[in-house]
Design a protein around this ligand. Structure first.
Ligand SMILES: C[S@@+](CC[C@H](N)C(=O)[O-])C[C@H]1O[C@@H](n2cnc3c(N)ncnc32)[C@H](O)[C@@H]1O
Length: 284
């Protein structure tokens, strides 16, 4: 499963272009200060992405490679990946950049990220973290650790469609595994009360036939934004990425919500980060 090779789509290019623009602006903004600049790719992939746009199949630079190419550069790169095949590709990519500080970490993103958060004091370091999971892999506890550094800016490709599919319309269709996955993602069980109400038209043969989800997809996403705002001092409205079309003229199902969140509570720091990120999102 974790060695699977999936083709991206139009959303892949959009998220990567946004990330790349932010990385360049971040490093430029911090280049006159003495911070060590760190890039963390928690679901690093292989360094490249295969995408299908219309009938066209293309290979483009992935997030890890874009971060390595950015100018001004980062001082250190941490690339976390679980799948063996991707790790082999990352090691080959590392050999292409002999002058760069690159640490490839084989492991689970949630565990390794929490370890990285503890590794530094975060007085003299600033980082950008890219969270680009397959599905609902990012646990709330991990986000809390990241926010607690007060030094990491986060781009999070939130798995919008996986989330609304897991939270089935009919609560009876949600087994405990699905419910626990949503709770791990959001860090609270409150979603169950907020999204679900008793069925208005109970089954004819069973007056008490359970709950149904009243909250629509966009209300469910508002809940995510609200949760993120409880732990990050600045969170932008996410950019919704769709199945098809392009970013100005999308069509198909909404697949992802691209979030930016800054963890530095100093207003001067988060306002600048927010402004740069908003410019990036608005230009998509
Ligand atoms: C969407 S891809 C990342 C693509 C990458 N950001 C890029 O632009 O090239 C998600 C990656 O996460 C890896 N992965 C899945 N579960 C993981 C986990 N628990 N910890 C770390 N990596 C994981 C997968 O093997 C896959 O390479």
């Amino acid at each position: 499963m974790d060695d699977e090779h999936l083709f991206g789509g139009v959303w892949t290019r959009t998220k990567l272009d946004a990330l790349e623009k932010y990385l360049a602006a971040f490093n430029t903004a911090l280049s006159k200060q003495n911070f060590k600049r760190i890039y963390i790719d928690a679901f690093a992939g292989s360094g490249w992405c295969d995408i299908t746009e219309g009938s066209q199949k293309t290979r483009i630079d992935g997030s890890a490679r874009r971060a390595l190419n950015v100018s001004p550069p980062f001082n250190t790169h941490y690339l976390i990946e679980l799948a063996q095949k991707k790790l082999a590709a990352l090691r080959a990519m590392k050999a292409e950049y002999p002058g760069k500080s690159i640490e490839i970490i084989h492991g689970d993103a949630n565990i390794e990220l929490k370890r990285l958060c503890k590794k530094y004091s975060w007085h003299d370091e600033r980082a950008v973290l890219f969270l680009d999971p397959y599905g609902m892999k990012v646990e709330w506890e991990t986000l809390k650790a990241v926010a607690g550094t007060h030094a990491i800016d986060v781009w999070y490709l939130f798995p919008y469609s996986a989330y609304y599919r897991q939270a089935a319309k009919d609560a009876n269709a949600m087994d405990s595994g699905k419910q626990e996955a949503i709770t791990r993602l959001l860090g609270t069980e409150e979603w169950r009360q907020v999204f679900y109400v008793p069925k208005r038209q109970p089954d004819l043969f069973d007056a008490n036939s359970g709950d149904e989800r009243e909250a629509g997809h966009s209300e469910m996403l508002d809940f995510v934004s609200g949760r993120l705002r409880e732990i990050f001092p600045a969170v932008l409205e996410p950019k919704i990425l769709y199945q098809g079309g392009d970013s100005r003229n999308p069509h198909g199902a909404p697949l992802f919500a691209l979030y930016f969140a800054a963890s530095n509570p100093k207003p001067a720091a988060y306002k600048l980060a927010k402004k740069i990120a908003k410019d990036v999102l608005d230009a998509l």
